[in-house]
Design a protein around this ligand. Structure first.
Ligand code: MG
Length: 405
């Protein structure tokens, strides 16, 4: 489809959108963007896991053709995983926003790719765990995976006009390095001893970004940046040797592309997820959005860059090791991380137990090279079970130690 036709079609009919995970942080912000541009976007389908009350309120406001509540019953809604696939493949849907967490998004994403839909991907775990299936399938089908993650949106914007605009999946040309920026999280200046004592409340107070709890804890451990390296590898078809991380505490520079001649392009802006969400929806247009704060260039401010500290933040190194090992190592990494972060948030383990337990899970992992989705699901199940058991055993040990004292 050429650009003229694209514009013509847009003028006559708003883009039909399905949101998988509409009640989560990204889902809610996606609906904010859609509500701002009713002439451009229309909600066709909404799917959520179990927040029935919020889903019902969203359905009443946006009046979609199809509503799906995966776990539970709701009047007028389809139940179960088949409902999510139906939402993703609805004939009036042009673009599917995948904002679910965990493995719940894989099947509908693949179904949407097969049905020729555009995909806007917010679920980085999907590519971390099953990138070898999902990204490869998208490439084969000629589907562009539009990134919603701010770093990947930044890279995507930087490579526009570099001869890679339509299909960034074939790998950008002339690129020496993709440099992902990290805020460094709330503990970037904390000592090792202070990190051992971090509470869930402290970890959930992110200095610059407003996000869901899992990704906020991942940002505090730098695991998030490790997962994003793997996400970038699959999204842009760039080898790990060409991916780098730099800490940018102000979260103003969202990521950078360094070209072969040493020229570096960066994308900057106030940190707000609605910007990358809107770009993924409106691509290739930058739409006005009056609710969003602007950069204030009238006052003096400095931008700081520093290398990540792998000693205090071992999760980034663990993710890079899993990425280099390949196969199902990244799936084991992601599954282990989800379990240990949940255990940290419920007060079962300490902050620095997160890298210790992920390291333990990777050590014991028996990898499958070139896995199928079934292999990946089995790794997910087995890794979570092993980590849960390990956490339970250490909790019992800690309790015994406590009573003996
Ligand atoms: Mg991000």
């Amino acid at each position: 489809m050429n650009h003229m036709q694209d514009n013509g079609q847009r003028a006559s009919r708003p883009t039909g959108i399905a949101i998988l995970g509409s009640t989560g942080s990204i889902g809610v912000q996606t609906l904010d963007v859609i509500a701002t541009h009713p002439e451009r976007f229309r909600v066709v389908a909404l799917a959520a896991r179990r927040s029935a009350e919020l889903l019902a309120a969203q359905a009443a406001r946006f009046r979609p053709e199809l509503v799906c509540l995966c776990e539970g019953e709701m009047e007028g809604a389809v139940s179960g995983a088949e409902g999510t696939v139906a939402a993703a493949t609805h004939p009036e849907v042009d673009l599917v926003v995948v904002a679910t967490t965990g493995a719940a998004g894989w099947e509908p994403t693949l179904a949407a790719i097969a049905a020729g839909k555009q995909i806007a991907l917010a679920n980085k775990e999907a590519l971390v765990m099953a990138g070898s299936v999902i990204a490869v399938e998208a490439r084969r089908a000629g589907a562009v995976l539009r990134p919603i993650d701010s770093e990947h949106s930044a890279i995507w914007q930087c490579i526009q006009g570099e001869g890679v605009a339509e299909s960034h999946l074939s790998g950008p040309r002339g690129v020496r390095r993709l440099i992902l920026t990290a805020s460094g999280g709330p503990f970037r200046d904390a000592s090792r001893e202070e990190l051992e004592r971090v509470t869930p409340e402290q970890a959930l107070a992110h200095p610059t970004w407003k996000m869901g709890p899992k990704v906020t804890v991942d940002s505090a451990t730098l695991m998030n940046k490790g997962l994003e390296l793997i996400e970038a590898h699959w999204l842009f078809d760039v080898p790990y040797e060409k991916l780098d991380v730099v800490v940018q505490p102000q979260s103003i520079v969202h990521s950078m592309v360094e070209f072969e001649d040493g020229s570096v392009k960066a994308q900057l802006g106030v940190p707000d997820m609605r910007v990358p969400i809107q770009y993924a929806l409106a691509y290739p247009d930058h739409l006005p959005y009056s609710d969003l704060p602007d950069m204030d260039w009238s006052r003096a401010f400095a931008l700081e860059f520093r290398p990540p500290d792998h000693e205090r933040f071992p999760c980034l190194r663990l993710a890079m090791e899993a990425a280099m090992l390949g196969g199902t190592y990244t799936a084991a990494l992601s599954s282990a991380d989800e379990e240990v972060v949940a255990a940290f948030l419920s007060g079962e383990i300490g902050f620095m137990d997160i890298p210790r337990l992920v390291d333990w899970a990777l050590e014991r992992h028996a990898p499958v090279q070139e896995p199928t989705l079934e292999d990946i699901r089995e790794v997910d199940r087995a890794t979570r079970a092993a980590v849960r058991e390990r956490i339970g055993a250490s909790a019992r040990y800690a309790a015994v130690r406590h009573t003996e004292r």
